[in-house]
Design a protein around this ligand. Structure first.
Ligand code: FES
Length: 70
């Protein structure tokens, strides 16, 4: 199974896959990802984990885009 089913935000039941999907759909900041997924709306214990996932996804995305940048 390739899908990453890890739940990163237990309070709001938001998984790693949802975080990556939000980033791939254009969310680039923690706040934007929270707005799109509903994550980190309660205890916020998940914030560091989610920020890490956003960073890794952005890095992977930018790596994939290769020479598209100016
Ligand atoms: S684990 Fe994400 S708000 Fe509590």
């Amino acid at each position: 199974m390739k899908m990453d089913e890890r739940i990163l935000c237990l309070c709001m039941n938001v998984g790693a896959e949802a975080i990556r999907h939000a980033v791939e759909q254009g969310a680039e900041t923690f706040e934007e990802v929270c707005q799109r997924t509903g994550c980190a709306r309660s205890c916020s214990m998940c914030a560091d984990e989610i920020k890490g996932e956003i960073g890794r996804t952005l890095a992977a995305r930018d790596g994939r885009r290769g020479g598209e940048k100016n």
